[in-house]
Ligand binder design. Sequence first.
Ligand code: NDP
Ligand code: 2IT
Length: 449
Amino acid sequence: MTDILQLVKTKDPNEREFHQAVMEVVVSIKPVMDRNPEYRSAKILERLVEPERVIMFRVAWMDDQGQVNVNRGFRVEMNSAIGPYKGGLRFHPSVNLGILKFLAFEQVFKNALTTLPMGGGKGGSDFDPKGKSDTEVMRFCQAFMSELFRHIGPNTDVPAGDIGVGAREIGFLFGMYKKLANEFTGVLTGKSLNWGGSLIRPEATGYGSVYFASEMLATRNQSLEGKTCLVSGAGNVAQYTMEKLIEMGAKPVTFSDSSGYIYDEKGVDRAKLDFIMELKNIKRGRVKEYAEKYSEAVYTPADPNADHNPLWDHKADCAFPSATQNEINAKDAQNLVNNGVQLVCEGANMPTVPEGIDIFIDNNILYGPGKAANAGGVSVSGLEMTQNSMRMSWTRQEVDDRLKLIMHSIHKTCLEAAEQYGHPGNYMVGANIAGFIKVVNAMLDQGVV
Ligand code: NDP
Ligand code: 2IT
């Protein structure tokens, strides 16, 4: 087991986040490997950690001042054992190959848990959409797609959104794909409604995360009603997490962006959430402006030198990290436990460091790992693909019912796998094992390829 981690570290010493994601899975699936010697002789782990294909390309584009800019574009096609590569695109200055490999690796197991036929991939660029005009974002997306289009397709690889990629970017990317491929087809998900998108796709990750939290609480005969919740982020996932929490009678009291966070002791209600959505999605402003509008709210700027994030240091019942990777360190995790949090549900991908996860598990916290808890987004992407190939659109109710059913099934699958392999109640181990078994059995069926 440690051999495989050593192999990954030796081959790609600088891919810290990828090592972290691999380590978590490799430790979790040890009992499965012990019971199935054929996995070892088929070199299944060695194959899983090697992407089937990595595409890396230059993206040259011109800004509004007529200056030429050069960014780096990527698509990591990680695993296609159970379906076409599927996963988001991230546009953020921190993007590099190691981060996209960790995201693609997680996506393989997440997608397997959804019950839908999707392999795993991830892509993106170190392009920073912040402060760019709409026309700059459009020119960048067109330049990005002018290379990516030859590698993707509705039965090959189907990208979607992630950090920095929402409805606006998907529109520009789709327009360029259609022009180059001369084909109107479901090659991206997260499309707008009137040209092939699915109802509930924008809401799906946040709603799914809250449905998963409800399932976890139900195992202790509890519900979200009346619970005080810490949410981080203020983007797609955070917004719809807060929307569903409010609908279920819970009280979100925090949210954030990379500049700082808001604590609103009275709670974010529907009207305040509308303000956040307009601020973030239309005006593309900063969360700080919320405290200028609502005097009861307190804004704390982010301190890059702090040893913990004060957002996670408030009295609360539940926490929904929904911003980015490693946003909860060990000290934050301990603060959450000390402040009475009983549930941590990961809307973001890998938001908790390994030592933090250990703290949650040791303290009997209901801990929903990202690859299970945030799988609602890609699930509804899968439903968007189904609707596209049927040339049909389902109603809001129909899609929401399917999303609920999928989250229920993921929750059950995680618990059953955890129980079967001697870790009752451990959703992390359960998610890793269940996703792993599905993918590797498909790989074995398909021979050495
Ligand atoms: P958005 O771009 O819509 O929002 C991201 C939010 O997180 C913003 O508020 C952003 O602040 C903040 N953020 C991003 N990076 C950092 C950072 N390095 N430090 C502090 N804050 C940061 O993205 P999403 O809401 O779509 O994604 C959030 C998380 O959810 C990611 O981990 C993503 O991988 C995951 N996810 C997303 C899914 C989806 O369907 N969109 C599906 C499953 C998981 P700022 O504006 O200042 O950058
Ligand atoms: O991390 C994720 O699951 C996503 N960003 C969504 C991927 C998708 O294909 O909808």
